[in-house]
Design a binder for this molecule. Structure first.
Ligand code: ADP
Length: 394
């Protein structure tokens, strides 16, 4: 079956067409500046990238352009739209309602809408994309794959905050966690490759957004993001964990309201805020190498926080068998992996320097054969994970 995978944001939309049997990507691309002016990027596998500037006032028009591109008689990746057997949609927040992927019926869409409060920037945009696809492809089954679903196995003691319990009862304020599709995909790859289903695995998804997950025998038991993706690690531009009182302190000093403080925590903090250089680790590495001390400090603070969470999750699972690094930084930035592991000698971990310098492979080990904990680098693939979930459901 050919599956269209859609990740719809408020003004952009990423897509891939995947052949579910061979798991090959047939084409991928994105629509940008939806509702502003509009740009379609389309790339058939093995061909040059094509960029078309075209008005796309609504998401429906954007998706129509994607469908026209993938089924284009000359440059398309499929003969006709009839070949698309299902559409898999990324949905950010499923609240407590969704512990698994689901077929998106009207009733389910209503339940997703009920979660909008929990992710006001993301869920409404996801829903617009789903509804537009349903209108344009009424006979094709649609599946929703939630970022939060994998973490619904967390025990209550891990997801409850130290707040008045009524906020959980009335408003469902609790830890949900995100990047679930990636944590699930990577922990499954580890279990499959290592040939063991009972592993205690700590997955470090280190990208622009970053989170860590403790996976015990295939189930998420704790994760670093919370009610929203702001909690946990220091990220590209997000602060991660801070003393909550800092918010009031900064609001007074800088004369900001809540929205202003949240903007600082989401968009002006993280390694970009600390370094004053960039949110991108390639820039940070280059700056640190040329002697920029704050860039080096940002990398060190980032890595130290990752190491602390690994220590915490080792306690949460009473041990760890495998540590997996994934996503942009996890897969590519050797200096971060080296710094993180430098704190973990007490676990009997030893790193293979030459292996840590490798890149470009989908799965490789960077610990030495006598290391007490195996450390691996695993390429994540959220689109393929969504495709697999979609096919399993339809
Ligand atoms: P997201 O999907 O959250 O936007 P990614 O997983 O793409 O993020 O990760 C982005 C981060 O990964 C950036 O900080 C970038 O510098 C880093 N990164 C990506 N590719 C490389 C690379 N080849 N070398 C070093 N760092 C990389």
């Amino acid at each position: 079956m050919k599956v269209l995978v859609v990740n719809c944001g408020s003004s952009s939309l990423k897509y891939q067409v995947i052949d579910s049997e061979s798991e090959e990507v047939l084409a991928k691309g994105l629509c940008e500046r939806i509702g502003i002016d509009g740009r379609l990027v389309y790339q058939k596998t093995g061909a040059e990238k094509e960029t078309t500037e075209a008005a796309m006032p609504t998401h429906k028009q954007a998706i129509q352009m994607v469908l026209d591109a993938i089924a284009n008689p000359k440059t398309g990746c499929i003969g006709s739209l009839k070949e698309i057997g299902a559409v898999g949609h990324r949905v950010v927040h499923g609240g407590e309602k969704f512990a698994d992927s689901v077929v998106l019926t009207d009733e389910v869409l209503k339940a997703v809408e009920d979660c909008n409060d929990l992710a006001p920037l993301h869920n409404p945009a996801n829903l617009i994309g789903i509804r537009a696809c349903k209108e344009l492809m009424p006979d094709v089954p649609m599946v929703g794959v939630f970022d939060t679903a994998f973490h619904q196995t967390m025990p209550e003691r891990a997801y409850i905050y130290g707040l008045p319990y009524e906020y959980y009862e009335k408003y469902k304020v609790r830890r949900y966690g995100f990047h679930g599709t990636s944590h699930s995909f990577v922990s499954k790859q580890v279990a499959k490759t290592e040939g063991r289903q009972d592993l205690k695995t700590i997955v470090c998804h280190l990208g622009n957004g970053a989170s860590i997950c403790a996976v015990n025998a295939g189930k998420s038991v704790d994760t670093s993001m919370g009610l929203t993706p702001l909690e946990g690690l220091i990220m590209g531009t997000r602060s991660g964990d801070i003393d909550p009182s800092i918010m009031e302190f900064i609001a007074k000093k800088e004369n900001l309201d809540i929205a202003g403080v949240m903007n600082v925590l989401n968009k002006k903090s993280g390694v970009e805020g600390v370094s004053g250089v960039s949110s991108d680790f390639r820039d940070l590495e280059a700056a640190a190498e040329s002697g920029n001390e704050r860039a080096l400090l940002a990398i060190e603070a980032f890595s130290y926080r990752v190491a602390k969470y690994i220590g915490a999750y080792t306690a949460a699972m009473n041990g760890v068998d495998v540590i997996a690094f994934t996503a942009g930084i996890g897969e590519n930035t050797a200096i971060v992996r080296r710094q993180v592991l430098s704190y973990l000698g007490f676990l009997g971990i030893t790193m293979d320097e030459a292996a840590n310098a490798k890149r470009g492979e989908d799965y490789f080990t960077i610990s030495t054969p006598d290391s007490k904990v195996k450390v691996v680098v695993v390429a994540t693939n959220e689109e393929l994970a969504i495709c697999r979930e979609t096919v399993a459901l339809v």
